[in-house]
Design a protein around this ligand. Structure first.
Ligand code: T4K
Length: 397
């Protein structure tokens, strides 16, 4: 930042895929090639679905090509209409899945401590047009399922969870996966469990699972007759192979993420104004390392700190700035989508930074990232002068 070589010679990414045993993935894919069964519900897909259902502690899993489409299938299968209350503080896919299906996402504020839906704010947004609540377990931190379940019941609403970040997290004493009408996992390459691209609807409701299963396959029933409107949302055998290999390593991956998290916690301890967010240490899968920057105490804004980290080859991200409500197309219709101010969401969106973790770095690298952060804070006036003198270029927001 202030001259010299970057702290890391190669970029450290947020979301570098974890592939502990490539040979195992290739072995499984080799089996699919030998069988000449490449997609359409082959043995790897069925095994993957059984394994995901077991981790989630539910009876049914329907795996799909990604989580966005899984949410689209789910909201159709639930027969939702009108408005769905959801957090603005999430990846845009949570909102787009609804909007694409002709529903209206209504954005709600979050609890600043957890980053998850605040049930009191949800209650204020329920109208006669509301048909459901869509909660997110943000960064693997469990959403308040018991309160949201009571609220949904009280108002006759459906409740589902975008659990894209949260496989193997725990919520209300049970694994994530068994709450609400259904939960949706993402197995995108950047996720804790990856299937190259992939998603899944998990549920205890057999009828709902059957509808999603048919919708995933052009609306066809098991006997090949077309029973309803459907898409092609199937997961392929190579994806299921990757997902299975990834699930076989789940315990190791969880331990590794926990270890990295602890190294970050130790390294950031005592750095003024930069706090590691960890609101549910026992329940979260800790697959994300998220820090919150207090500009007063740190002497730097989040964006200034991110610029330093990028200069040092640490490609920290400001997920999910600026919040769905300030992204297209929703920002164009604030009255429709954002009836109340979202103070906590907007504050978080200016203050949080997601740091690289997982297999993309070693424990000592996490320590080095913390040293860079500590040094930036110690030299805040010089950093500010440097940051204001450069052309802002943020390829990885
Ligand atoms: N709900 C929530 C709360 C979500 O966060 C997401 C997705 C969804 C729903 C929807 O799930 P899917 O439909 O995707 O299953 C990524 C992912 O595409 C997306 O899955 C994820 N959340 C979102 C938070 O991030 P990008 O475009 O920001 O990621 P990208 O491609 O820049 O990758 C991040 C970094 O990872 C890169 O800097 C390099 C590294 N990388 C990435 C890939 C794909 C690799 O090293 N190798 C790779 O193959 O969206």
């Amino acid at each position: 930042m202030l001259g010299g070589a970057p702290a890391f010679s190669e970029p450290l990414h947020v979301g570098r895929p974890s592939v502990l045993r490539p040979h195992r993935v290739l072995e499984l894919i080799g089996g699919a090639l030998d069988r000449r069964v490449l997609t359409h519900g082959g043995p790897l897909l069925r095994e993957f679905e059984r394994a995901v259902a077991a981790v989630a502690g539910v009876a049914h899993c329907v795996a799909t090509c990604n989580a966005t489409v899984a949410m689209q299938l789910l909201v159709r299968a639930l027969g939702l209409r009108g408005e769905v209350v959801m957090p603005s503080w999430t990846f845009i896919a949570t909102a787009h899945a609804l909007q694409w299906e002709g529903l209206t996402p209504v954005f709600c504020d979050v609890d600043p401590r957890t980053g998850n839906l605040d049930p009191r704010s949800v209650a204020e947004l329920i109208t006669p047009r509301t048909s459901a609540i869509a909660a997110v377990h943000m960064w693997g931190v469990p959403a308040p399922a018991p309160q949201l379940t009571s609220l949904a019941r009280e108002h006759g609403l459906r409740l589902y969870f975008d659990s894209a970040h949260a496989i193997a997290s725990r919520c209300d004493g049970r694994p994530v996966g068994g709450h609400g009408a259904a939960e949706v996992f993402s197995f995108h390459a950047t996720k804790l469990v990856n299937a190259f691209e992939g998603g899944a609807v998990v549920t205890g409701d057999g009828d709902l699972a059957e509808r999603v299963r048919a919708m995933r396959d052009y609306g066809r029933n098991g006997d090949g007759t077309v029973g309803m409107l459907g898409l092609n949302a199937k997961m392929t055998e190579p994806s299921a192979a990757m997902g299975l290999a990834s699930l076989e390593d789940l315990d190791e991956l969880l331990a590794l993420h926990r270890e990295r998290h602890e190294h970050y916690a130790a390294g950031l301890c005592g750095v003024p104004g930069v706090r590691l967010r960890d609101p549910a240490p026992l329940e979260s899968n800790r697959s994300y390392v998220v820090v919150e920057v207090d500009p007063e105490a740190a002497g730097l804004t989040r964006d200034e700190l991110r610029a330093v980290l990028h200069a040092e080859n640490v490609l920290a991200r400001d997920h999910f700035h600026p919040g769905c409500h300030r992204s297209e197309p929703y920002r164009r219709a604030p009255r429709r989508h954002t009836p109340r101010s979202l103070t906590a969401t907007e504050a978080l969106s200016e203050r949080v930074l997601v740091l690289p973790t997982g297999t993309s770095l070693r424990n000592e690298d996490a320590g080095r990232v913390c040293e860079v952060i500590g040094e930036a804070v110690r030299r805040a006036p010089a950093v500010r002068a440097w940051a204001s003198s450069r052309t802002p270029a943020a390829p990885h927001r």
